[in-house]
Design a protein around this ligand. Structure first.
Ligand SMILES: *[C@@H]1O[C@H](CO)[C@@H](O)[C@H](O)[C@H]1NC(C)=O
Ligand SMILES: *[C@@H]1O[C@H](CO)[C@@H](O)[C@H](O)[C@H]1NC(C)=O
Ligand SMILES: *[C@@H]1O[C@H](CO)[C@@H](O)[C@H](O)[C@H]1NC(C)=O
Ligand SMILES: *[C@@H]1O[C@H](CO)[C@@H](O)[C@H](O)[C@H]1NC(C)=O
Length: 424
């Protein structure tokens, strides 16, 4: 704008508003030179500064920021005591804030990623009333320029941006993966919770039952305490009563893989998991031996199995079942013709784990289980890895199909006094 026009505007303004002595305006631009493509934030601030002697007495009625376009000042934003800063459509994507409240009288307008069209002259204008009652007008202006940076600077900025982009992508990916992990952990927790055992008191211990054969026990599962005559204390057991008066003590139970069966020898001796109809467990070789002996060491073994995939059920009964004393808990399983491809083949073997190998040639790591392995490992692996469809480490019973590629989803190993009328 040339000087003459400015003077005309000033004179016109001065005709209406008597003087500008008491209040001054101050305009600032940040930055004052826009660097195209590199400046990301650009703003103009307009301040009304009351005269010191008049402090707090004059009243500012409006404050506005204008931009000179084709020699004409165009209003971009206005603030009044009653309204928040108002952005005009001419200011396009600008944001503004401001206040007129004696202590602070200001207006600020800002843009993101300014282009060359935002360069030019800006005017800050205010109108107020003096303490004496006279109207006052005041203004200030600033010229904003722009420039293009060197190619080198653009290139290095571009590289920097690429780097930041890579970093934030990596962060995003990590967060996503962490989110996935959290999600899968949640699902797992939920699954675990849903298959959690009922607290033992939900299935009352029938303390006055004399054993699993007690006719008081109805068909189904019962937890009860058996006190063997050896005086070594009670053992909590799960009875599977198939026919009232004929209960089996379940010493191995699996169905969902929630309990790890690849354990050391001590674990297999004392037992692990929780004895209940809704959890997986191993009753323990010590308990097993004590209970078998307590029955006069005349017991039969029953194995109930459900095949993975087909849900077919299989039962095998060995009328002779013994487990030797603690020097190796030698297995005797006999009386059922499994063709040497079932448990009879393990008969005579001591119990082995990865930390106590009695097998003389079958490392427990091959079958991922603790079992009565002999040197050739054998044809049964019910303590193997739950969830495997087939293979050396899966839960298999070779004799059923005379084929190794079938594994079990659920198993129960149980015993009761034999001989007794076997009604299956
Ligand atoms: C305008 O306000 C913004 C914050 O909204 C601030 O960052 C900027 O510095 C202000 N502009 C000026 C020129 O003071
Ligand atoms: C997150 O989970 C979804 C759906 O389960 C999967 O498609 C995606 O590959 C996973 N992402 C990562 C980073 O693991
Ligand atoms: C044994 O316990 C059951 C269940 O708690 C009870 O109903 C029954 O009366 C008891 N019998 C004796 C003889 O205490
Ligand atoms: C196997 O036994 C279970 C439990 O007794 C039963 O739910 C299932 O239906 C049986 N499977 C077949 C194929 O009959």
């Amino acid at each position: 704008m040339d000087f003459l026009k400015k003077a005309v505007i000033f004179l016109l303004t001065a005709c209406f508003y008597v003087s500008a002595e008491k209040v001054t305006a101050e305009i600032a631009a940040l930055p004052q030179k826009i660097r195209i493509g590199l400046t990301t934030d650009f703003s103009i601030r307009c301040l009304a500064i009351p005269n010191q002697h008049d402090a707090g007495l004059s009243k500012i009625l409006t404050l506005s920021i204008k931009k000179v376009q084709n020699d004409v000042p165009v209003t971009l934003a206005v603030v009044t005591p009653l309204s928040a800063a108002n952005v005009m459509p001419e200011a396009r994507a600008a944001k503004a804030h401001g206040a007129l409240d004696h202590s602070t009288n200001y207006l600020n307008i800002s843009w993101k990623n300014p282009e060359s069209d935002l360069a030019g002259e800006y005017i800050c204008e205010g109108i107020g009333v003096e303490a004496s009652g006279k109207n006052i007008a005041f203004s200030d202006s600033i010229f904003v320029s722009y420039e293009y940076a060197s190619t080198e600077e653009y290139v290095s900025t571009l590289f920097q941006l690429h780097k930041e982009l890579d970093q934030s992508q990596a962060k995003l990916k990590a967060a996503y993966t962490a989110g996935n992990k959290t999600q899968s952990e949640l699902v797992e927790t939920q699954t675990r919770l849903s298959r959690r055992q009922l607290p033992d008191d939900c299935i009352p211990v029938v303390s006055n039952a004399t054993g699993c054969d007690d006719p008081k026990l109805t068909v189904g599962y019962h937890i009860l305490e058996i006190v063997p005559k050896d005086g070594l204390g009670p053992i909590k057991v799960l009875c599977h009563v198939r026919i009232q008066g004929e209960g089996w003590i379940v010493f191995q139970k699996r169905f969902d893989g929630s309990v790890d069966f690849y354990r050391n020898f001590r674990d297999y001796e004392v037992g692990f998991g929780t004895v209940s109809p809704t959890t997986e467990y191993w009753l323990g070789l010590e308990n097993l031996r004590r209970l078998l002996v307590d029955n006069g060491d005349e017991n039969g073994l029953r194995v109930d199995m459900t095949e993975r995939g087909t849900a077919f059920n299989f039962t095998r009964i060995y009328p002779i079942f013994r487990v030797g004393p603690g020097d190796g808990y030698t297995l005797i399983a006999d009386g059922y013709s499994d063709g040497g491809k079932g448990l009879s083949e393990n008969s005579g073997a001591k119990f082995s784990t990865y930390d106590n190998d009695h097998s003389l040639g079958c490392p427990s790591s091959l079958r991922l289980a603790g079992w009565w392995f002999h040197e050739g490992c054998g044809f049964v692996n019910l303590n193997g890895l739950w969830g495997l469809a087939s293979g050396e480490a899966s839960m298999f019973w070779y004799e059923i199909y005379n084929h190794p590629t079938h594994s079990m989803q659920a198993t129960e190993m149980k015993f009761r006094p034999f001989p007794s009328p076997v009604r299956v």
